[in-house]
Design a protein around this ligand. Structure first.
Ligand SMILES: C[S@@+](CC[C@H](N)C(=O)[O-])C[C@H]1O[C@@H](n2cnc3c(N)ncnc32)[C@H](O)[C@@H]1O
Length: 514
């Protein structure tokens, strides 16, 4: 058995999508059932003998992701429970599933050199088996003979005897070179350096291009692109937020047996070593949560941004599922302010209410279901601080969602960037003169970040940019972090997984002129 393991991705904001059932499968789509008849003429007893349950479950999740547009991190855990796969087998199945999904682009590029037909023409189930085999051979420490024979067994069981022979032949060719050599082959065969990195680091070309543009647009060296793409392939450690005023890091009873290490940048952040966050008393009681440190930093920066005059009423315009709202509300409680949390999707507004359950009474003025685009016109100048954590492509959080890089398309951008502009404009109308707006995305794409802000500001003369980098630096220095946070020489802030160890969050702080 391999000794590699993987943490399931944290807080996928789409986990509660109403179009999906409890496992994240799209309700209307075709779905796999454990009892579906495999395409083979073998007797069931023979099939069972040949396929190990961990590989079978990984294959079934990959098919769900492909056929039903499901989220792997929602499908896999219940399937493991249902099939009673535990311990090392569950760890193996998890790494096999998520690793194969993340590195699918790399494996497809390798397989394309070995298969005499274009890969899109293959039976998708066969292609998934080949990817699973390639990941065992090149991405996990599975002995080649076990990886090949088990995967051939899986192919025979799930796809058929003929394709199983092809799987055998192709995986043997895959195993003829170590990973390093394969990566050199892909690099050499690529038309240019960026295409080589897109293939070796397993990203669609349009995302690799957008990431490189984002590095350049944020004053970073474009040669960091390899490190940035590589960081998307490393599952993040679980980070917790200790909501200020609700729980203290030193409160042993609140943290149970959890092994915690202080965060790198934010006073509220804790890194969890090993154990399952769901078992921690502070998490169960809503005093703490699972939250990326970048999300904590941008929220703390909004709360700490300098403000003259009244500072009583805060708004989270796009609050679902409520991670930042809960931190904002805890901070508001300490500062004698109140919070209105707005969210357009009713089921996500309910998640916000749950996330805010432990906030002291009187602090949360309202959890509201409504279109954030209307708030500016409905309540002009009503708030002192406003957070716009805009719906976005999520390209800054690819390391958490193994399949999302293959699902997003450039056409998603047009719709999202229009909405982002309207939400930011509404937030600027909703804030009082002198008040502060934070524009946040978990994407570094320039079209969703800098371009949205500059376009909205072009149309108005009542807004000024704040020194966002200074606000973030002061949050970091207040946390007592031993190191200074490296930020570009710009007013806005772009965090990066390969530099800061956070999701690639963007933050621009704006002030409505008094
Ligand atoms: C990036 S998520 C916010 C994450 C949240 N701030 C947190 O930390 O948990 C964006 C949210 O905006 C919501 N949204 C999308 N369109 C909206 C609109 N027109 N008005 C308000 N919320 C909207 C989405 O449903 C989604 O919950």
């Amino acid at each position: 058995m391999p000794n590699t393991s993987s943490h399931p991705p944290q807080d996928d904001p789409r986990r509660d999508d109403p179009r999906r059932n409890s496992r994240g499968r799209e309700r209307s789509a075709a779905r796999f059932r454990a009892g579906d008849r495999p395409r083979t003429s073998q007797a069931p007893s023979e099939r069972r003998k040949r396929t190990d349950p961990a590989r079978m479950v990984a294959f079934d999740v990959l098919r769900e992701v492909d056929e039903s547009d499901a989220y792997a991190n929602l499908v896999l855990p219940p399937l493991l429970r249902e099939r009673q796969i535990r311990g090392r087998d569950a760890g193996f199945a998890t790494e096999l599933t998520y690793g194969t999904l993340r590195l699918r682009g790399r494996y497809d590029a390798i397989l394309a050199t070995l298969v005499d037909r274009p890969l899109p023409g293959l039976d998708p189930a066969l292609l998934d088996v080949l990817r699973l085999g390639a990941h065992q051979v090149l991405g996990m420490r599975v002995p080649v003979h076990a990886a090949v024979s088990e995967t051939v067994g899986l192919a025979r069981n799930r796809v058929g005897a003929g394709p199983a022979q092809m799987v055998n032949a192709v995986l043997r060719r895959v195993s003829e070179r170590p990973l390093d050599e394969w990566l050199s082959v892909l690099t050499k065969e690529a038309p240019d350096a960026l295409a080589g990195l897109a293939a070796t680091e397993s990203h669609p070309m349009w995302i690799a291009r957008a990431m490189r543009e984002a590095l350049a647009g944020n004053g970073r060296d474009v040669d960091e692109i390899g490190a940035l793409l590589a960081a998307d392939n490393v599952p993040p450690r679980v980070t917790l937020v200790a909501r200020p005023g609700l729980v203290d890091v030193s409160d042993e009873a609140a943290w149970g047996d959890a092994e915690l290490v202080g965060g790198r940048w934010a006073s509220t952040a804790l890194r969890l070593e090993g154990s399952d966050p769901a078992g921690i008393p502070a998490i169960r009681e809503g005093l703490a949560g699972v939250q990326d440190e970048g999300s904590q930093l941008v929220t703390l920066a909004l709360a700490g941004a300098p403000l003259d005059g009244r500072d009583e009423r805060w708004l989270d315009l796009c609050a679902g599922p409520g991670g930042k709202a809960a931190l904002l509300a805890a901070l508001a409680a300490q500062r004698g302010a109140t919070l209105v949390a707005n969210e357009v999707a009713p089921h996500r507004a309910r998640l916000v209410a749950n996330a805010l359950a432990a906030i002291p009474e009187g602090v949360v003025e309202e959890v509201r279901t409504g279109d954030g685009r209307d708030v500016g016109a409905d309540e002009p100048g009503a708030y002192d601080r406003v957070l716009v954590d805009a719906p976005c492509t999520g390209l800054g959080a690819l390391r958490r969602r193994p399949e999302s890089r293959w699902r997003r398309t450039p056409s998603d951008l047009a719709e999202l960037t229009g909405l982002q502009r309207e939400l930011l404009a509404s937030a600027l109308d909703a804030v009082r003169p002198g008040g502060v707006v934070a524009y946040v995305t978990c994407s570094p794409h320039l079209a969703e970040t800098q371009l949205v802000v500059s376009d909205v500001l072009k149309k108005r003369d009542d807004v000024e940019r704040l020194d966002t980098a200074a606000a973030v630096r002061s949050v970091v220095s207040a946390s007592g972090a031993g190191e200074e946070i490296p930020l570009s020489d710009r007013d806005d802030v772009q965090l990066w997984p390969h530099v800061h160890g956070t999701d690639a969050m963007h933050l621009t702080l704006l002030r409505k002129r008094a």
